[in-house]
Design a protein around this ligand. Structure first.
Ligand code: NAP
Length: 449
């Protein structure tokens, strides 16, 4: 007779990769009991802490994750941190399967001279700050400056530039935290440079995001005609399908930007290509950045020896993310991921999302990761589970005095944040863990009183 004991699964991390895994496990042929364990009280990972505050439509995908969280077989344990409250090895002893879905939260480091000066920061910190992530609540940013340089030509770079340039009115329907809006909207910033080490056809922006830069109320995009390819058709000749369409759209958008007058609006966003950063200039604080002109051969940039400087008061390095090693799991230093075979890491240990395959792709790219790992778990535990999972985990939480936040608690936080929002804003976020826990204890409201 088939063993009826459900497979006990712990998913570490409650971002898209974690939730798609939970959803896929619920749909697999074997009964599963799934516990989603999250370091913060709040769920949804980069949906809350990464997707820009003015992109609320993108954040709506969390409603789907909520449906998954509300299924009986799924429990949510927020405010529980692995390798602090529980060692990964302990969880592996408690659960049949442990799925690591912790993302890639660190910056790929900018390693040029002067990168340690004040006023140089990575996109993880800047994005975390403008999204009210508790880790970055106290980021001390001096934005009493006119010019910002953002290094990188991906969607994160464009998000950073746009959030700096949107007007307060343009942010009314966002959940930009008050302390962030106060600093950004008081800043006398007039120019933001988005600098790519390769050419316009190599930029990784998606076209909706790029076009948005041409539609800002107070900002005009600037593009140098001499950096545009002579022929868009020739440039994309070897490309096919979706990639070709995206490149053509991006190049057309940039060609339009090249026609815009610099004085059309009070602020400018400059698209600068063929430039790699070589040195941060200034004393203790950044005063500028030196770039070397590049030429691109076979898709690779190489320096030409010609340099130029941009004076600026802030440099944001948006050159991608990396995952740190996790105690108890193997680590591939070069790729900054957990080495895995289609998500399988070791017996009963799996990885999904950015920690599995690196920091690229849209939110939906995480779905197949979850489906593949759910299939592995279904096959690996075809006779059912054997480890106690939730019951033992809950007992250990109690024994260790860990204050976990369940999904009802999160819904309460969510409700308070929504009730505290002004006008068309979707919510006023709590920006520290303490505030969140106090709110659950009835001690404070998100309005900060
Ligand atoms: P990304 O798309 O990989 O872009 C990283 C950028 O950094 C590239 O332009 C890269 O140039 C550049 N770069 C890397 N190392 C560099 C160096 N040493 N010096 C100068 N430039 C360097 O990464 P991302 O922007 O962090 O985004 C991560 C993923 O999230 C992407 O898949 C992105 O599309 C997604 N995302 C989507 C949205 C959205 O849809 N709205 C928003 C945010 C993020 P090369 O190309 O030359 O390597």
């Amino acid at each position: 007779m088939k063993n009826q004991m459900p497979i006990s699964v712990a998913i570490i991390g409650s971002g898209p990769a974690g939730f798609y895994t939970a959803d896929a496990l619920l749909k697999c042929g074997e009964p599963c009991k799934i516990d989603i364990i999250e370091r913060l009280p709040t769920p949804y990972g980069l949906i809350r802490g990464g997707v820009a505050p003015d992109h609320q439509t993108t954040k709506r995908v969390a409603r789907k994750y909520e449906q998954t969280a509300l299924v009986d077989e799924v429990n949510y344990y927020g405010n529980v941190e692995i390798n602090k409250d529980f060692a990964l090895d302990e969880l592996r002893q408690l659960y049949d399967a442990v799925v690591l879905a912790v993302g890639a939260p660190e910056d790929r480091k900018l390693t040029i001279p002067g990168a340690d000066k004040s006023g140089v920061l990575g996109s993880a910190a800047f994005v975390g700050w403008y999204n009210g992530h508790p880790d970055f609540r106290d980021l001390d940013l001096d934005l009493d400056i006119s010019t910002v340089v953002v290094i990188g030509n991906g969607n994160v770079a464009i998000d950073c530039a746009r959030v700096l340039l949107r007007t307060p009115r343009g942010m009314l329907a966002s959940d930009l935290p008050d302390h962030v809006g106060d600093v950004i909207h008081a800043a006398p910033i007039t120019d933001v440079y988005l600098v790519g080490r390769r050419g316009p056809a190599d930029a990784k922006f998606t076209n909706v995001e790029l076009r948005e830069m041409g539609e800002l109320t107070e900002t005009v995009p600037q593009m140098k005609s001499d950096q545009m390819p002579d022929s868009i058709e020739k440039t994309v000749a070897i490309l096919k399908g979706r990639e070709r369409r995206l490149k053509v759209r991006n190049l057309n958008s940039l060609a339009e930007f090249a026609e815009r007058a610099a004085d059309e609006k009070p602020k400018r966003v400059h698209f600068e290509f063929y430039a790699q950063p070589v040195e941060i200039l200034g004393g203790d604080r950044v005063e500028g950045i030196r770039f070397e002109r590049t030429e691109v051969n076979d898709g690779r940039p190489s320096g030409t020896g010609e340099t130029f400087d941009i004076e600026c008061g802030l440099v944001i390095s948006a050159i991608g993310y990396r995952a740190d090693p996790i105690e108890g799991a193997p680590y591939d230093e070069k790729q900054a991921i957990i080495p895995n075979d289609e998500g399988r890491v070791a017996d009963g240990l799996y990885a999904v999302g950015w920690i599995k395959r690196g920091p690229v792709g849209a939110i939906s790219s995480n779905r197949p990761d979850g489906e593949t790992v759910a299939e592995h778990i279904e096959n690996d535990f075809a006779g059912g589970g054997s480890k106690p999972g939730r019951a033992a985990f809950q007992a250990a939480l109690k024994e260790r005095g860990v204050r976990s936040v369940n999904f009802d608690d999160w819904k309460r936080i969510d409700e308070i944040e929504r009730a505290a929002a002004d006008g068309t804003a979707p919510r006023r976020k709590f920006v520290t863990v303490e505030e969140m826990l106090n709110a659950l204890d009835g001690k404070a409201q998100a309005k900060g009183d």
